[in-house]
Design a protein around this ligand. Structure first.
Ligand SMILES: Nc1ncnc2c1ncn2[C@@H]1O[C@H](COP(=O)(O)OP(=O)(O)OP(=O)(O)O)[C@@H](O)[C@H]1O
Length: 222
């Protein structure tokens, strides 16, 4: 599904965020990405979503070399990657329904299909009863679930989450991770960046670890 082949990323100003990173993810695999602050986790996720491009090396997505995707192709690529952030990035003056509908509205989908898909996505995160609420009226965990509904509403083959449980207590964090597992079970490839070693260890899933921009071999850490 995803292959990184000796990928490096330097930012203007000389910050080397990733150095020669290689790994592969199978379709419908669930993997955690961990590492210290500044290790390059967000940068790696941004390369998958084409929010940044590599300085060297190749990223393959579903067999396609992303270096060959032109500027105009980027919005089409982004529809294949559902993005979830720690701070939800919800529009505060729009209802839950409108927030989730936004990616479909942008893609030009018809009203009836939008309604059907948004309600299905809200149902998947158990928030159908809150579709008319404004984000401010929701708890932190509920707001994160709206962010997840918005990420999955276009039915992308991959979900990428950057510290999705960063602001949540352990019980709510487990609930959010449980949601990701449900999407994985229906064939979605999932990558979750997290600092939360305890929670990650509990899940027993595959873990990729970055240290100062380099991928550490699994046998070198616990
Ligand atoms: N837009 C940017 N311009 C310049 N340097 C950047 C930019 N984004 C990230 N960096 C640098 O690249 C390195 C990796 O940052 P990145 O955000 O990928 O790490 P991270 O592991 O996600 O950290 P955190 O856990 O704190 O979010 C850091 O040194 C950071 O300062």
């Amino acid at each position: 599904m995803i292959r990184f082949d000796r990928v490096s990323k330097s930012y203007p100003g000389g910050n080397q965020a990733l150095s020669e990173v290689s790994f592969e993810l199978e379709p419908a695999e669930f993997v955690y990405l961990t590492g210290h602050s500044g290790a390059g986790k967000s940068t790696l996720l941004k390369l998958i979503a084409m929010l940044e491009r590599p300085t060297r090396g190749q990223v393959l997505f579903g067999g396609r070399n992303l270096a060959k995707v032109s500027k105009w192709g980027i919005p089409y690529h982004r529809r294949k990657v559902g993005l979830i952030f720690q701070d939800h990035k919800l529009l505060q003056d729009r209802t839950v329904f409108d927030n989730v509908a936004l990616p479909l509205v942008i893609s030009g989908m018809g009203h009836r299909e939008i309604r059907r898909r948004v309600q299905a996505a809200l149902d998947q995160v158990d928030l159908l009863h809150k579709e008319k609420a404004l984000p401010i009226a929701l708890s932190g965990g509920e707001q994160q679930r709206v962010g997840i509904a918005r990420a999955v509403v276009g039915r992308p083959p991959m979900l990428v989450a950057d510290e999705p449980t960063g602001n949540l207590d352990p019980a709510l964090s487990r609930e959010i991770l449980g949601l990701f597992e449900r999407f994985q079970q229906v064939g979605v490839t999932v990558m979750v960046a997290s600092h939360d070693h305890r929670l990650i260890r509990e899940t027993g899933r595959r873990v990729l670890t970055l240290e100062q921009g380099q991928m550490i071999a699994p046998e070198l850490h616990d």
